[in-house]
Design a protein around this ligand. Structure first.
Ligand code: GLY
Length: 416
């Protein structure tokens, strides 16, 4: 964000001249300059960029990086925090489960210095799938392992089997199950004193939703969800989240790595993999150019190969922000700009260029007014910044959802 495209091209060309172009012939003059320049250019600073849920872990990872720590290991330090945290229900332990109530995790990583990549999808019973994705390239000749095979591989290389489903996530899943149970036997039956018939259709939709949300909050309490989390739990039921954390890392030597880990779309079909374990969608790193990763609607990101598209855009000379906006526009194009459909999805990209320039861009401003998409960056100073949206408005504008009071949010960063 602090470097313009022109600056990047200029410094790249200067770097290319200094490097003597290594005798190779570029396919085109501009592409050649960028490729060779970026290979020889060393950034002046280390930079870490990640999703907002990595905030608490970035300072330690940055110190590790400054002490000569590997870029991928620094990224893993960041994403392992939310993976280990049972209260972060978007990643690792305590992640929201699939439709059968089973937590399935996805992750992938790319190690720039050795140009290796690893990935795991739909893994059960293992917390740190970020580390398992690294173990795939360390211990096998493969890049991607999924399902039961990935779990057995993780155990074979020393990861413990753990029950990933926390009580809170199980109760939210149960609430979701009941909410979707107009046609099966889940939820209280007619013999239950709290049973009530479906609301009459004559009422305005907004009023019906208000009643529905109140009923769901009450049911959340009956299921034992703590009062300060009930509204947040209902939000997760009505708008199943995709969660996820991505982290891209650059050191002063110009080495780069990227890593993404998630429990994926809440209440998904068993075996569903989103973008997070897909190299080129959830994460892509080419340390000659840059690194990018994604959080948000996995299916949409796979279709535009988001992270790869962004890195290739930067290779062509686009700034990190321009590169990310182009990927978002491809998502909009896939729906012919239909705003009704686009309101059902969101996407945030985290982008880091080899020279230390960075950006985060998002499809919508946030999920609701007052909740802009934020990301974390550390380039010597740790801070949060607001991501730049492509579209004005919010992804969860319908049905109308009550604002969660500030005093409830104080109790937990995950009440949102
Ligand atoms: N972006 C995470 C997922 O869709 O699974």
């Amino acid at each position: 964000m602090t470097f313009s495209r022109r600056d990047f091209v200029k410094t790249s060309v200067m770097g290319a001249v200094a490097a003597g172009m290594d005798g190779a012939q570029p396919a085109t003059a501009e592409a050649g300059h960028l490729e060779h320049a970026s290979q020889s250019e060393t950034p002046k600073r280390s930079v870490i960029i990640c999703a907002h849920n990595g905030h608490a872990y970035v300072e330690a990872a940055y110190a590790f990086l400054k002490n000569g720590g590997d870029t991928l290991d620094a990224g893993i330090q960041v994403v392992k925090g939310p993976e280990d945290d049972p209260n972060d229900d978007s990643v690792g332990l305590g992640g929201l489960p699939n439709e059968e109530g089973v937590v399935e995790l996805d992750a992938c990583c790319m190690h720039g210095p050795t140009r290796r990549a690893g990935s795991v999808g739909a893994v059960r019973n293992i917390i740190n799938v970020s580390m398992v994705s690294k173990a795939v390239f360390e211990h096998t000749g493969h890049v991607m392992l999924v399902g039961e095979g990935a779990e057995r591989f993780a155990v074979a290389v020393g990861f413990p089997r753990v029950n990933l489903l926390t009580e809170r996530s199980r109760k939210i899943w149960l609430l979701w199950k009941e909410y979707n149970s107009d046609r099966d036997w889940w939820g209280p039956g007619m013999a239950d004193p709290h049973w009530h018939p479906p609301a009459p259709d004559s009422k305005p939709q907004a009023e019906l939703w208000q009643e529905k949300i109140q009923q769901l909050c009450q049911r959340a309490g009956e299921l034992g969800i703590e009062p300060e989390f009930q509204l947040a739990a209902v939000r997760r039921v009505i708008f199943p989240p995709t969660g996820t954390i991505h982290c891209s890392v650059l050191n002063e030597k110009g080495e780069m790595s990227g890593i993404t880990t998630t429990s994926g779309l809440a209440f998904k079909l068993p075996g569903r993999c989103g973008d997070s374990p897909i190299i080129g969608a959830g994460c892509y790193t080419d340390q000659d150019v840059g690194s990018a990763g994604a959080t948000g609607a996995g299916e949409e990101n796979i279709k535009v190969a988001g992270a790869h598209t962004i890195v290739e855009n930067m290779r062509r000379g686009l700034s990190p922000q321009e590169a990310g906006m182009d990927a978002l526009k491809r998502i909009v194009r896939n729906y012919n700009g239909d705003m009704t459909k686009l309101h059902y999805m969101d996407m945030t990209y985290y982008i880091l260029r080899k020279d230390g320039a960075y950006a985060s861009v998002c499809l919508w401003e946030g999920y609701a007014a007052g909740h802009p998409h934020r990301f974390v960056v550390h380039d010597g100073t740790l801070r949060e910044e607001v991501a730049t949206p492509l579209l004005k408005g919010f992804s969860q504008e319908w049905p109308p959802f009550p604002t969660i009071p500030e005093e409830l949010k104080k109790n937990s960063v995950y009440v949102k």
